[in-house]
Design a protein around this ligand. Structure first.
Ligand SMILES: Nc1ncnc2c1ncn2[C@@H]1O[C@H](COP(=O)(O)OP(=O)(O)OP(=O)(O)O)[C@@H](O)[C@H]1O
Length: 239
């Protein structure tokens, strides 16, 4: 079966004048139900890799496909790709305005409307999901800059997951600002929303969100978290 997402020989260099390599010829495949853990020393290029997969960063060479189709070949082009392959940054607290403004704006994106049809059935899911993770609804009306790191992190994640449309979510240290109990609650929700992998026994719950992601790529510095949630891992530290 063709992979859901495939990265072939991705090479990324720093902007001129240094032009030194960040990643050289990285390849990976991702299938439905998988959580691929990306590990590597600080500065090894983990965030850069995810931003390239989301088509947010320029890369010098390599091919990235979803269902065998590149962003440029896809209906909706790069904006359509960014809806289907969603990047959740480490620090959303740098965003302007409030989470409510942000949610309203991204629902209006043309590419998202096209990928989601008429958008019916959307609405409260991100807020409900965030509430399950301990975020009171009133926090959605506060400026991002006034939220704690952990509050902003849970809200950004709830938006990415709850709004739907992304087949693959790229999570950049998604629980780094959370306490242990909250982190495990968030991990559980994310793991349980994925479809079962091929050949996996039926001990996991059914997907709770019809338009939820099919697979995740997850950056973490914690070996314990990698063991808890990962189905596979790669280390991109350069030898
Ligand atoms: N726009 C840029 N211009 C110059 N250098 C950059 C740029 N973006 C990233 N880099 C460099 O590329 C390298 C990889 O950065 P990246 O943020 O991907 O690392 P990381 O593995 O995610 O690090 P961490 O674990 O500390 O978050 C770093 O040396 C960084 O300084």
């Amino acid at each position: 079966m063709a992979p859901l997402l495939s990265v072939r020989d991705l090479t990324i260099t720093r902007p001129p004048p240094s032009s030194t390599p960040i990643l050289s010829s990285v390849s990976l495949d991702l299938s439905p139900g998988e959580i691929l853990i990306v590990r590597g020393s600080s500065g090894s290029g983990k965030s850069t890799l995810l931003k390239c997969i989301a088509e947010l960063n320029i890369y010098q060479s390599g091919t990235i496909t979803l269902h065998g189709t590149t962003a440029r070949e896809m209906e909706g082009g790069v904006p359509g790709w960014r809806v289907r392959v969603g990047y959740v940054p480490q620090r959303s607290s740098l965003l302007p305005g409030t989470p409510q403004d942000f949610l309203r704006t991204i629902k209006e994106f043309k590419a998202r409307k096209q990928s989601k049809g008429d958008g019916e059935g959307e609405g409260k899911e991100p807020m409900d999901l965030a509430q399950e993770w301990g975020i009171e609804k009133v926090l959605w009306t506060r400026e991002w800059s006034t939220l704690s790191g952990g509050e902003a992190q849970r809200i950004a994640l709830a938006i990415a997951v709850g709004i739907g449309g992304a087949e693959v979510l790229l999570l950049d240290e998604p629980t780094s600002a959370l306490d242990e109990e909250t982190m495990k609650k968030v991990e559980k929700s994310l793991v349980e929303m994925l479809p079962r992998r091929e050949g996996q026994s039926s001990n996991s719950s059914s997907p709770r969100y019809g338009t939820g992601p099919k697979a995740l790529i997850w950056i973490t510095h914690s070996p314990e978290q990698a063991d808890r949630v990962g189905t596979r891992s790669i280390d991109i530290t350069r030898e």
